[in-house]
Design a binder for this molecule. Structure first.
Ligand code: SF4
Length: 348
């Protein structure tokens, strides 16, 4: 394993990454014999830096990220962060789901970096590579310290997650939203329980994620939904889209942003193997649909986007819709990319 590269991008030849260098002696490997962590190995590391600058930030809606974990036990088959496990010489398939790197000192390092005279107070995005509220967070509890550090510095931030564990930190988020711009987005691509069980096997059920949206709204924090991924031929039926948008609206989401499945190297092989096992009749159609690269054709992305936006209008999604809690702060949702843009963002 390579422990000298804990950034979210490969190290350029001859260049030392700004973020997170580790010595091999700084790695502690642990397993826990509790049902929720069975089969998972944790690699605890002490980071030297946790603020990552996003390469090519001009295309991104954010420039800085904090990712306290690498790998994700939510185990979404399509997750394109899988390829980042390869930078550590870790397996991008099952290894991504079960070999979790934990930056155990992330809160203290972030606090130090935010207090540095060189830091300009830019927006910090979290959940952009892997889920910061995956199961490991229940044990390591890094996010409370991270949120507290950002709050102390009144530093704007956003979180994108599929994890219901975020509600553990509700009080901290409410406090943060009193002093800075806090954007929360929850990812719910579809409601189909059969599809959920096989393609997002380690995640909380979509309905539980919508409960998060509801709970945040009830506590005055507006929450957007990243409707991702919309999976061609499996979750893109007009009635499926309608049911999903209706449920998102009923949960009180302040926005809905659709994102069609993309299959970049690392995720593509894993997803196609899953497809061949669970929906073999679709393999040829996918090969044709993604023949041009990692993205579905533009016409298809536009069609989905239009359909979802029309439904969103029909269901009145947004902070000003009738019946919405008046006291919800018009918080920005966590920034998400345009549908057709290649980005750093996972499909959380
Ligand atoms: S898509 Fe998000 S929640 Fe799913 S495995 Fe990847 S990082 Fe985790």
């Amino acid at each position: 394993m390579r422990w000298d590269n804990l950034t979210d991008e490969p190290v350029e030849h001859g260049r030392t990454p700004d973020a997170a260098l580790f010595g091999a002696d700084a790695v502690t490997t642990r397993t826990f014999d509790t049902p929720e962590f069975r089969g998972i190995t944790f690699h605890e590391v002490r980071a030297r830096s946790v603020l990552n600058r996003v390469p090519g930030a001009s295309r991104m809606p954010f420039e800085w990220t904090v990712n306290p974990y690498r790998g994700c036990s939510h185990a979404c088959v399509y997750c394109f962060a899988r390829k980042t496990h390869g930078y550590l010489d870790l397996d991008t398939g099952i290894g991504f789901d079960t070999q979790i790197v934990v930056k155990v000192n992330a809160p203290e390092v972030l606090r130090r970096q935010l207090g540095s005279g060189r830091w300009r107070g830019d927006h910090v995005a979290m959940g952009t590579n892997v889920d910061c509220y995956q199961r490991a967070e229940g044990r390591y509890r890094l996010m409370p310290g991270i949120i507290s550090a950002l709050t102390e510095h009144a530093n704007p931030f956003s979180i994108l997650t599929k994890g219901t564990l975020i509600l553990r930190d509700l009080d901290l988020l409410v406090r943060a939203a009193e002093v800075t711009d806090v954007g929360i987005s929850v990812s719910v691509g579809f409601l189909d329980s059969e599809l959920w069980r096989t393609v997002e096997p380690g995640t909380p059920a979509p309905e539980r994620r919508l409960d998060v949206v509801r709970a945040l709204g009830e506590h005055g924090i507006g929450c957007g939904v990243l409707m991702a991924p919309v999976i061609p031929f499996l979750s893109d039926d007009p009635e499926q889209l309608r049911a999903t948008v209706a449920a998102i609206a009923a949960a009180g989401a302040t926005s809905v942003t659709p994102l069609v499945l993309h299959l970049r190297p690392g995720a593509r092989e894993w997803f196609m193997a899953w497809l061949a096992e669970h929906h073999p009749y679709l393999v040829r159609r996918y090969e044709r649909m993604y023949a041009g690269g990692s993205y579905a054709p533009t016409w298809y992305q536009r069609r989905i986007t239009r359909q979802v936006h029309e439904l969103a209008r029909e269901y009145g999604i947004g902070p000003t819709r009738a019946g919405a809690a008046r006291r919800i702060r018009p918080a920005r949702p966590a920034p998400v990319p345009e549908a057709a843009e290649p980005t750093q963002l996972t499909l959380m």
